[in-house]
Design a protein around this ligand. Structure first.
Ligand SMILES: Nc1ncnc2c1ncn2[C@@H]1O[C@H](COP(=O)(O)OP(=O)(O)OP(=O)(O)O)[C@@H](O)[C@H]1O
Ligand SMILES: [Mg+2]
Length: 184
């Protein structure tokens, strides 16, 4: 039996049920629309393992902290177990998997696919992404180190005219040495 993270066990009344289960256009393998405005991100290991739960829980923590600091990331609800409602190429109906549930940005365009908006616009969006990552990296009080920060992990919403950061499963907790009794 795997030990569940506190984040996860909070939602252990039973698996959540999706009222729909549509692969999203930008990430059909692991991002599924599960309701009008929510997506579920499924760990590709597709098993109920501790490491899958940890990766998804870490993403929830990083995403929430960035959101609270005013960075543009989809609002995160947490890690839940999800019962897969229909057969798909990867998943069998009825399988229960851990998922990270967060806000769907329905008009998301991955940054590497924004050139049709014009080169100037594409470069401006890339700069916005780079600036946000640089700001996070240089903030000593932020507990996680950005990892895997290519433009494929940023997307643009034309409706909100905003660049979003995404995909935080690999971000690393910074090693912090602290004496016992010393203030954080
Ligand atoms: N909340 C969201 N709403 C809409 N699209 C999103 C959202 N979050 C991420 N995406 C899109 O889905 C893509 C994949 O998401 P993410 O980077 O988190 O997973 P991944 O592990 O890299 O998946 P993949 O291997 O399918 O790229 C992102 O590049 C982004 O374009
Ligand atoms: Mg990614």
């Amino acid at each position: 039996m795997y030990s569940l993270s506190p984040l996860f066990s909070e939602s252990m009344d039973g698996p959540i049920l999706a009222d729909r289960f549509n692969p999203t256009a930008v990430s059909p393998r692991r991002l599924f629309q599960i309701s009008e405005n929510l997506v579920a991100k499924i760990d590709l290991r597709n098993e109920y393992t501790q490491s899958a739960i940890n990766a998804l829980a870490r993403e929830h923590v990083v995403q929430t902290r960035l959101f609270d600091r005013g960075f543009c990331v989809p609002h995160s609800l947490g890690v839940f177990s999800l019962q897969i409602p229909t057969d798909t190429y990867y998943y069998r109906r009825g399988t229960i998997v851990p998922t990270h549930v967060f806000e769907l940005v329905s008009d998301a365009i991955p940054l590497p696919s924004t050139y049709h908006l014009g080169w100037d616009t594409a470069y401006r969006l890339q700069r916005e992404y780079d600036d946000a990552i640089r700001k996070i990296r240089s903030d000593k009080s932020f507990a996680f180190e950005p990892v895997d920060t290519g433009y494929h992990n940023g997307f643009y919403s034309p409706a909100k005219d905003t660049v979003f950061l995404c995909d935080f499963t690999l971000w690393k907790p910074k090693a912090r040495v602290q004496r016992i009794g010393q203030a954080a």
